[in-house]
Design a binder for this molecule. Structure first.
Ligand SMILES: [Mg+2]
Ligand SMILES: [Zn+2]
Length: 218
């Protein structure tokens, strides 16, 4: 049976965090205190992200998308990695705490929408309201917003090996459930500390090399 790959978006596929970048550019200064609350875990990611986007008028939608299309950079090797998984028929899912209105355009031509699991947004009001199609299941109480461990439970067929690719605290719960983790930055430190089976990566060419050598796809 083929392994199933779950790949984070912000800071993993893109070099930087897109929510942070767009808040810096468009939000009033209050967003920073909310970000600090999330980092200090005095509010959940879901509460915090919801509050941050409620600071932004819905009229900014196109400007935000254009800004990210102009400034976000995709990590080297990503399109080769997608092609590699297609060739080997390895299921690849993008699991992201980002929002569909910018995640889809940034991945346009790289990954089909059906493989992307992220938050959604409602622009019918005065300010942006985030909706949460993939909120935590009954096994997770973290208020993830887009719950990666829940998605892993839902999407990985029984008995399939799972690989999680990511960079941050929001990938940790899924990484703990995975058979193997490809990690960078904070997630790499955590994998070392908790002795999770993992490999560090810098580009997606590294990820391809690990997959080629790995017995899970033999
Ligand atoms: Mg990330
Ligand atoms: Zn959760």
């Amino acid at each position: 049976m083929k392994p199933v790959i779950f790949c984070d978006f912000d800071g993993t596929i893109t070099l930087n965090d897109n929510i942070i970048a767009l808040m810096k550019q468009f939000a009033p200064p209050e967003w920073e205190a909310i970000k600090d609350d999330i980092l200090a875990q005095t509010c959940s990611v879901q509460q915090g992200v919801g509050r941050m986007f409620s600071l932004l008028p819905t009229t900014l939608k196109e400007d935000i998308v254009q800004f990210l299309l102009d400034t976000a950079r995709i990590r080297d090797g990503f399109s080769d990695f997608v092609a590699f998984t297609n060739e080997r028929q390895i299921p690849l899912y993008i699991v992201s705490g980002g929002i569909d209105f910018f995640v889809y355009p940034l991945l346009h031509g790289l990954v089909e929408k059906e493989r992307i699991f992220c938050n959604s947004a409602d622009f019918s009001g005065e300010t942006i309201r985030i909706t949460w199609p993939y909120a935590c299941d009954e096994h997770c109480q973290n208020g993830c917003g887009c719950c990666k461990p829940s998605l892993l439970r839902k999407l990985a067929p029984k008995g399939a090996k799972t690989i999680v690719i990511g960079d941050s605290i929001t990938d940790l719960a899924a990484a703990k459930l995975a058979d193997h983790v490809m990690a960078r930055d904070f997630l790499l430190e955590k994998c070392r500390e908790l002795h999770l089976p993992h490999t560090p990566f810098t580009t997606f060419f590294d990820v391809i090399d690990v997959l080629k050598e790995s017995e899970v796809i033999a």
